[in-house]
Design a protein around this ligand. Structure first.
Ligand SMILES: [Zn+2]
Length: 177
């Protein structure tokens, strides 16, 4: 595997995906039949991560956590970047990024989805590595961790990471704490 960020297989997958997605995500209630619902919901809620990102943005504002920007021009265009503390936060859709806790492979187009998810995971690792090499800390929050009772715990990771990073910034670049 080369370390390049070449994306021709990915863009091919995306094209294939956009051709396939309409029937899978058509927002018709008729599709929400027992059995198909959870798989369908997983695909929809993970699509583009918009709703999950919005949940996090709202929570940050509610908690008066400031100093972040979305989709800064860094490797992987992190969902949230705290530039001063050099902290990047990714909010991963459980379906698209293959959540270790709740990912279940779809029962159709098995190979297609497997390749897609593995490709995303590889890219995630490359992006994290590139960011860390540039001195950023990377925090990943899964979509499912922002749901229900897990949310407060997931959110506490942000001020705690910010605290650590602020101390590091204050101590200077040679500190590794
Ligand atoms: Zn999950």
């Amino acid at each position: 595997m080369s370390g390049s960020m070449s994306c021709s297989p990915a863009s091919h997958a995306t094209m294939t995906l956009s051709r396939r997605m309409p029937s899978a995500v058509r927002p018709s209630r008729d599709l929400f039949k027992p059995g198909g619902r959870s798989e369908l919901m997983a695909r929809i809620s993970g699509k583009g991560n918009k709703s999950t990102e919005l949940v996090l943005a709202t929570e940050l504002m509610k908690r008066k956590i400031t100093g972040w920007r979305r989709h800064v021009d860094l490797p992987g265009r992190p969902d949230f970047t705290f530039q001063r503390e050099k902290l990047c936060i990714f909010v991963h859709g459980c379906f698209w990024h293959g959540c270790p806790r709740c990912y279940r492979a779809p029962s159709t187009n098995v190979l297609f989805w497997k390749k897609k998810v593995i490709g995303n995971q590889r890219r995630d690792r490359r992006v994290s590595k590139a960011l860390r090499r540039s001195g950023y800390m990377v925090v990943t929050i899964w979509e499912c961790q922002l749901r229900g009772a897990s949310r407060p715990r997931a959110l506490r990771r942000i001020p705690s990471a910010l605290g650590r990073r602020s101390r590091m910034v204050a101590l200077g670049p040679n500190s590794s704490r």
